[in-house]
Design a protein around this ligand. Sequence first.
Ligand code: PLP
Length: 395
Amino acid sequence: MIVKKMKDLGEKRSVIREIFEYGNARRAAIGAENVFDFSLGNPSVPAPDAVNEALIKMLSEESSVALHGYTSAPGDMGVRAAIADYLNKTYGVGAKPSDLYMTAGAAASLSACLSAVAGEGEEVVVFAPFFPEYRVFTEQAGASLRIVPADEENFEINFDALVDALSEKTAAVIINSPNNPSGAVISEASLVRLAEMLKEAEEKYGHVIYLIADEPYRELVYDGVPVPYATKYYDDTLVCYSFSKSLSLPGERIGYVLVSPTAKEQDAVYAAVCGAGRSLGYVCAPSLFQKLLPHCLGLTADIDTYKLNRDLLYEGLTSYGFTLKKPDGAFYLFMKSPESDAYAFCERAKKYELLLVPGDDFACPGYVRIAYCVTTEQIRRSLPAFASLAKEYGL
Ligand code: PLP
């Protein structure tokens, strides 16, 4: 029998994908250069040259049987050793290779972690605005989301509302810094305060509460803003990392979970992550791209382009009268919709061939997400369209 829950999920197109499909139709109708598509978080800068160079070298010099074969389920030991070494040197994590579980990107990292630590009847606390797939992965695990409303001042952590959200049902809390869709980075002071609250809640409720740090944008920060490493502040941390954005490799599906060496019952949590990956049928992360990683750790795609895009767009939009905060990281701007219905605003924007995403999908109505991981030329050409849109609202 077809499982209705899955059928519904398969039939329900994401709003972002729908806008992207609309963009495809417009591109075919009026030419790609006339459509200002800011819908998808697909990196526009190429992977560093070192990625292709290493792949070519590996493919020409190493045994293809080894390169394309299965690795052990948690990942190739040499690769995990290289990553542990990198994390220890860069963030002082104290990780062992056996604390790492290689995955097919942050999405797989998140679904394995959530299935490992959040079960039937339990809750996963998330902060609006948040990546919509958190709901899918949490509900698949049998748990439910507990949404903390946005801190609209600076899109960090709404601590007052967090107090009410934590309960004996809390299994995990997800943070995402730099954030999709707001671009906000969680400061060290906020992380310290969050860790204190979670430690208190662990004591009060007598069970572990996991902090899941979803970090695909870790390296995408501008003007030297620091991104504190969560394991230093809170023992029971699971880091979900991905190379999709840092190395511009989203289609290759490669990332990892780090189960903090400081976690209580570390062996059991790690085993649960492996078991969750097994039950989800992950087998092992893509072998060739695992083996690429030791050649590329510490490298980042050219983020100067994203910074230039952010600055051009931010300056343009604020000068036209739109309200938004300058984000410190990722490649999204989160702008207040000039009318309360962000869907209606996005419809009006289409008149100017501007494709924006309503914040409702990120549990933050009244805002729109603008993904600026596009060409700088698109940003420049889109500015008059934004100016006309602002005029229509009398800004
Ligand atoms: N988490 C967030 C916040 C994201 O924005 C994304 C992708 O856009 C993911 C996770 C999934 O990333 P990956 O491509 O590594 O699966």
